[in-house]
Design a binder for this molecule. Sequence first.
Ligand code: DGY
Length: 314
Amino acid sequence: MARCFVTRRLPGGALERLTAAHEVEVWPGASPPPHEVLVERASRSEGLLCLLSDRIDAAFLDACPSLRAVANYAVGTDNVDLAAATARGVPVGNTPDVLTDATADMAFTLLLAAARRLLEGVDAARRGEWMDWSPTTLLGQDTVGATLGIVGPGRIGRALARRAEGFGMRVIESGRTSGVPLDELLSQSDFVSIHTPLTPATRGLIGERELRLMKRSAVLVNTARGPIVDTDALVRALREGWIAAAGLDVTDPEPLPHDHPLLSLPNAVVAPHIGSATHRTREAMADIAVDNLLAALAGERMPHCANPEVYERD
Ligand code: DGY
């Protein structure tokens, strides 16, 4: 029986399986444990189940030498220093596949909401400013016949492409080794959706130069990670009309301070990182995270390991 620390309560019954096999402490708060508390609890543990908001870096791993496994409750692992974990022989699990459709749904929801100025319309109606029907009120962008540019055509990008094709959109993509060059995608697309992981190479990938390459009528969607887009440049782009609108499920920073301009710009539709937030998806993510931890603590290979090279070490 190993000691495990879990940094948040999870939906569904997955944690019961972990508790049946190991001694488990679950952080009871609605907010993440402060970093020093995380270090203190994890330093007494062999297994850690953490969220994307928990920073697992080399200093953390050095402070927690008894850790034998980290199961991240996310497909993205940019909160974990994978190289440092590999160097210390710690496998890191993630939760791919099960959130693909929910996240693609969110990307398409944001695309449509931003294209059709849904927030502006709903806000006006709620404020009691429902105007008489007019031929020119809140005109937005069509999807049929429009070009969608997918930056990072992985699992979620391809799932979004299937949805877009069903709406009669033309899809182009730009990946590390496939598709058109990014500049070409940006200048040709009516909608640009980001689906690349956050890495040193993609941090700030969409900055002022890239936003200025986009059409003035274009909509930018980001459901991947906030720091892939330069936030200050995006605010200027939305204010000054370099692009028409943005639909964001992720931002930099997260959470956004309540007085951040992105939360008051009429052409920014911002959701609080809920791309995978459906009952079924979040329960499936919990199942995978627990499966990863149980396997590693039993000395087996994690079913979904983000640093498989850890198994090639001596
Ligand atoms: C992930 O898994 O990386 C998402 O951002 C949250 O589900």
